[in-house]
Design a protein around this ligand. Sequence first.
Ligand SMILES: Cc1ncc(COP(=O)(O)O)c(C=O)c1O
Length: 437
Amino acid sequence: MTDPILETNPIIFAAIEAEKKRQSEGLELIPSENYVSQAVLSALGSAFTNKYSEGYPGKRYYGGQEFTDVIERDAQDKAKKLFNAKFVNVQPLSGAPANLAAYFALLKPGDKILGMDLSHSGHLTHGHPMTFSAQLFTFVPYKTKTLKEMKNGELAEKEGNGDVRAIDYDELEEIAVREQPKLILAGFSSYPGSIAWNLIKTIADKVGAKTMADVSHIAGLIAAGVTSNPLDYGFDIMTTTTHKTLRGPRGAIILTNDEDIAKAVDKAVFPGLQGGPHMNVIAAKAVAFAEALHPNFMDYQQDVLANAAAMAKRLKNRGAVLVSGGTTNHLIVLDTWKTWGIPGKEAEVALDDIGITVNKNVVPDDERPPLNPSGIRLGTPALTTRGFTTQDCEEVGSIIYDCLKDLKEGTNKYWKHSLRKRVRDLAKKHPIPASFV
Ligand SMILES: Cc1ncc(COP(=O)(O)O)c(C=O)c1O
């Protein structure tokens, strides 16, 4: 039988087939990407794509909602269980609108928000001047520092942890006392460490601010219990995308344990920001949540961490400069400028050429421009879904190192073929799985 897409639009059919080939023959190291299961893909392509269901379960503006209510309630139940939360909104279309809805649930336009500085890995929605969030609210940034730059830095240096980066909580407290924000926002897109939720909550309580965690990057790690959950420390709101480490469809959810905040979130999402929810995506979220509740999800997330640590160690041992000196989560930021004098954009293109997909990324206080910054960002969620082991991830680290060293030495046109073969061999060894349970 001919594929219905081929019959209807051959251009799209060809692009989908080419993308499937690209994804299976190359290595995906963008830490915010992953492979979803066939079950998630089927839910995305299900009959729910046809259905309008503005409102919430039991309170819709259209008829015919027996089954939409079933899927939205199931997605809610499973999300609450995964994240140990009393309330959730599963309708946000993606991470950026979820954050905007969360700000509106907690604040009034003009209110002040403390958020992680963007070059220190805050997301665009955490205060980039081009975003609507930054036009509507007043953002004040806080930063990370290396341990050697902080109080008792000599000790950290002596113990070999001097390069590790963390939020400077003393400085954050000073900023909070000075600025009197209404909200302290914690979350990141490229920070290879963890956040002390308890310290942020204590600082927020001291100045009477609300707390919000955007855990888009680490939601899978939290759901599996391999990293801590800000809601367990009393955070008011937690937003997360459902793609990335959580391995679901593109979309987001907003969680809280406070009933009044939950009501404000519901109003902010609909009708505040959105119209009809994408019910096919909510069905796919519920399928992904069921997969994440499976006991093997914890093994997967532990492997994500072990693989990132193995790749970072190999890169470092070969001589690469890593932001924070390594990683304790699923991502690595490699300073290509400090290591080889190669800008991140060139590194991204060179790696793409041998079948490794990464993204250029700023390093803290980057002196280079965001479109051609000093580093690249690497992550292990997608490789781990394919069953890559720590040895495989060490080999990926070596391939990246060899490729960029060749680029620096001008020998890359000689070695490219062998690098491409090493990539293809790894990809062949680990086909993309169709199911995770
Ligand atoms: C921490 C964080 N928040 C929000 C977002 C935005 O998510 P989306 O791209 O789904 O709008 C991202 C995306 O990369 C992110 O890393």
